[in-house]
Design a protein around this ligand. Structure first.
Ligand SMILES: Cc1cc2nc3c(=O)[nH]c(=O)nc-3n(C[C@H](O)[C@H](O)[C@H](O)COP(=O)(O)OP(=O)(O)OC[C@H]3O[C@@H](n4cnc5c(N)ncnc54)[C@H](O)[C@@H]3O)c2cc1C
Length: 301
């Protein structure tokens, strides 16, 4: 079995940023990654320093090549199925077994999409969540905003900087009088009925279908997804999760430590708002903190 100082589960923005800190500290670090990044549905990633507009997989590959240039860094391509043990001697099982003194979890989140036929095929292209990631490219189109469980008031307000032709699809969700007053503005229309389908050509949305048989034409659609950890490894180890209105993620302190000794977490998995830059930043913190922990230098609380 391969023995390392640190095993990093997830080899994207967070995991690679964590691993490079440990490699630069000349520690044995291995990244275990199955390569299914959260943004794999998009053709371009935006807002990441020096890489604006680059393809997500190109960024990941470049990052991996940089860390693997260090002699103490390694990569195992495949899925981790189980983690057992405790600080000093964790065992990771999956494609290949690894023993590690510390573990950094950077396996990301998955977006739980509403079960509407046609919607998943457009995800990351013309059906999106984050206007900072996609809004510039989708600007000035007839745009939908889909309510899922709650009326997305925050999106309804911020999208005014990307389009003046917005239709709120209430999708059967009740609108309070306060919300109705805030939504009453030029350029914002409302449709109350449930959405039962998305019409598109090769992921380019054309319309949503309402339950009363009408189509609402649009060229872009926003929604707020529910987010869940992409794997259950942290939960299975006993790591505490936090819940926000956007979903569940692992609880960490300012050193990216989870509630289980020797287990760190970084990236989307450890914060409620997805962002490649923040994932890299928290990965950087986790990598350095994990190294400090190996040296016994991290404060105990
Ligand atoms: C459609 C879309 C577009 C986006 N566009 C942008 C953008 O333009 N700009 C921006 O800043 N953010 C964007 N984001 C958000 C961005 O994708 C995330 O913030 C970022 O990918 C988080 O990085 P991460 O390293 O935490 O996780 P991820 O990038 O999701 O990587 C996690 C890695 O862990 C691996 N993994 C998971 N479980 C296991 C396991 N059990 N064993 C081994 N490996 C495992 C996965 O396969 C994956 O490779 C977008 C998100 C989506 C959904």
């Amino acid at each position: 079995m391969r023995k390392v100082d640190v095993a990093v589960v997830g080899g994207s923005f967070a995991g690679v940023s964590a691993a490079i800190m440990l490699a630069r500290a000349r520690r044995r670090v291995v990244i275990l990654d199955e390569g299914r990044t959260r943004n794999r549905f998009a053709s371009a990633s935006h807002g990441f320093l020096g890489q604006d507009g680059a393809a997500p997989q190109a960024i990941r590959r470049k990052g991996l090549a940089e860390v693997l240039a260090y002699p103490t860094a390694g990569l195992i391509e495949g899925r981790v199925e189980r983690i057992s043990g405790k600080a000093g001697a964790f065992v990771l099982e999956g494609t290949e077994s690894v023993q590690a003194a510390r573990v950094i979890l950077a396996y990301g989140q998955r977006d739980v999409l509403p079960d509407i036929p046609g919607l998943a095929e457009c995800w990351g292209r013309t059906v999106v969540q984050c206007p900072y990631c996609h809004g510039y490219e989708l600007a000035d189109r007839r745009t939908g905003l889909l309510a899922v469980e709650a009326i997305p008031m925050h999106h309804a307000t911020q999208l005014r900087d990307w389009t003046d032709d917005l239709v709120l699809l209430e999708n059967g969700v009740a609108v309070t009088p306060e919300e109705a007053a805030a939504l009453d503005r030029p350029g914002l229309a409302r449709e109350a009925g449930r959405v039962v389908g998305v019409r598109h050509t090769n992921g380019a949305i054309e319309a949503v279908e309402l339950e009363d048989g009408r189509d609402v034409m649009m060229r872009a659609l926003y929604l707020v997804t529910w987010q869940e950890p992409a794997s259950a490894l942290g939960e299975d180890l006993g790591c505490v999760l936090e819940e926000t209105p956007m979903g569940r993620h692992l609880k960490v302190d300012e050193h990216q430590r989870t509630t289980v000794p020797g287990v760190f977490a970084a990236g989307d998995l450890a914060r409620p708002y997805p962002s490649a830059t923040q994932a890299a930043a928290t990965g950087n913190t986790a990598g350095a903190a994990c190294h400090q922990d190996l040296l016994g230098l991290l404060p105990t609380d």
